[in-house]
Design a protein around this ligand. Structure first.
Ligand code: BG6
Length: 468
């Protein structure tokens, strides 16, 4: 399919996301011929990074570092289309002119605006987009957090809707752009094997576990104002829960998926602060830019219940945090025991349930944890694992990085993997009890698994990660 000419405007163009993901992603998309043939990219921000030349040179460095297959000639060709124009909530006129000029130069072009700015600037920037005409006929991509509680998300949505129709808004949750996350839908709905057992009759617990080894990596201001609960739980972790738990959609398209996600989140019980554990790693308060009395949480573990027919009584355990022992994105579904106990400890039966495990890493993997007969003269049991490694199953396939995939979807006007205003508000509503009455922040050691209370939260079976 050929896409019409585009002018991309990236707000926050000298920021971390732009450097690590957006420019490398756009570069890779051009290289694989997936961007429109004709385009301009205008980077923007409050402060000028110097001349366009200097801006491009800085970008070249980042793209070289983050995009894998850098090539000077391809870069030069791509970089010709990039320029920089300062802007702020108070002043967007020059940027608006620059965009208009670029549109003219291309003989008419669609506008795609990417707002990657600190949470506090979001609303004033949206207003500016409206006032300067930049918003006209444009699509807008937004980065989370979408507000910081129910009330502010409602205000933000109302402000957005004054300037953009919902169809032109693309709220990014980059986890949904991950190949491995979309695979949850493929596995659930394209295989007769899984769907019949995907319910409370067969599944006894679910874990959504996203520990991270990294600390805050210079993002002190962000962590201090946002915290891990708002950064990760009300966003990525709930979105994973959404894909795992939703009812089969009528079709796999934006409307049907959104309908099912809406129904699902309606059925999620508002969180109980008594079943939420907050942690902060020891040493966090010494990080540069962090208040020495800070109570920001760098770790969260919690229990979630879905009160519908499919999931009634099945606990969902969610966990994520910084400075932990391993970086993982692991989803585990634990199955019920067989109805009769034919084996016991003497046979090597340890009572551990079967588990279906998604590893949502860049090299995604699916594991089924089974019990099987250990070869030998008697019927003794042991654990055995069935593995599917997607990079082996699909040799030579070229996975897209999450942001690449999502940028492409915006260009195709496909909102399937984006979150709606209503959904965002419902998620904040579910979180309200915790935001209003947050649990104490418990200290934990770097390189461990968070506070002891979080280890206990998952019950007798404990967390699957790390595997014993
Ligand atoms: C971001 C969060 O959205 O996701 C970060 O703001 C987090 O705190 C990151 O580290 C994790 O994303 P990924 O794709 O690296 O797993």
């Amino acid at each position: 399919e050929s896409l019409e000419p585009h002018v991309f405007v990236i707000f926050g163009a000298t920021g971390d996301l732009a450097r690590r993901k957006l420019f490398p992603g756009l570069f890779r998309l051009t290289r694989s011929g997936m961007l429109p043939g004709e385009f301009r990219i205008i980077g923007s921000g409050r402060h000028s990074p110097g001349t366009d030349e200097e801006f491009r040179d800085r970008l070249a460095e980042s793209v070289r570092k983050f995009s894998g297959d850098f090539d000077d000639r391809a870069w030069d060709e791509f970089a010709k289309h990039i320029s920089f124009q300062t802007s702020s909530a108070e002043n967007g006129i020059e940027l608006a002119h620059a965009v208009e000029a670029a549109q003219k130069e291309l003989g008419g072009a669609r506008k795609l605006l990417y707002l990657s700015v600190p949470p506090g600037s979001m609303q004033p920037m949206v207003r500016m987009l409206g006032e300067t005409g930049l918003a006209e006929d444009a699509r807008l991509i937004l980065e989370k957090p979408f507000g910081r509680d129910l009330e502010s998300s409602r205000t933000l949505n109302a402000e957005l809707h004054k300037v953009f129709d919902e169809e032109r808004l693309f709220r990014i949750d980059h986890f949904l752009g991950k190949e491995s996350v979309q695979n949850i839908l493929a596995l659930r709905f394209a295989n007769g094997l899984f769907e019949p057992v995907w319910n409370r009759q067969h599944i006894s617990y679910v874990q959504i576990d996203v520990p991270e080894e990294i600390g805050i990596e210079g993002r002190a201001a962000f962590m201090e104002s946002t915290g891990t609960f708002r950064d990760m739980v009300s966003t990525h972790l709930f979105q994973l829960l959404g894909f795992l738990a939703l009812e089969p959609p009528v079709h796999v398209d934006a409307d049907s998926l959104r309908t099912e996600k809406r129904k699902l989140f309606q059925a999620v019980r508002p969180l109980d602060p008594a079943r939420v554990v907050y942690g902060q790693y020891v040493g966090y308060r010494d990080e540069e830019g962090v208040d020495d009395q800070s109570t920001a949480e760098t770790f969260v573990a919690l229990e979630v219940w879905v009160d519908n027919w499919r999931w009634k009584g099945v606990p969902f355990y969610l966990r994520t945090g910084k400075a932990l022992a391993q970086s993982r994105r692991t989803i585990t579904l634990g199955f019920q025991e067989p109805p009769l106990k034919m084996f016991d400890a003497a046979d090597g039966f340890d009572g551990a349930p079967n588990e279906l495990v998604f590893e949502l890493t860049d090299d995604p993997k699916l594991t089924i944890d089974l019990r099987a007969k250990r070869p030998g003269p008697s019927l003794r049991l042991d654990h055995a694992e069935l593995h599917l490694r997607f990079s082996e199953a699909f040799v030579n396939a070229e996975p897209l990085e999450a942001y690449e995939r999502l940028l492409l979807d915006v260009l195709r006007d496909d909102q399937t993997l984006f979150t709606s205003a209503e959904e965002v508000e419902r998620l904040w509503e579910l979180c309200t009890p915790v935001l209003e009455n947050p649990p104490d922040v418990l200290p934990y050691w770097r390189g461990g698994w968070g506070p002891e209370a979080a280890v206990k939260l998952a019950g007798e079976r404990g967390w699957r990660v790390p595997e014993k």
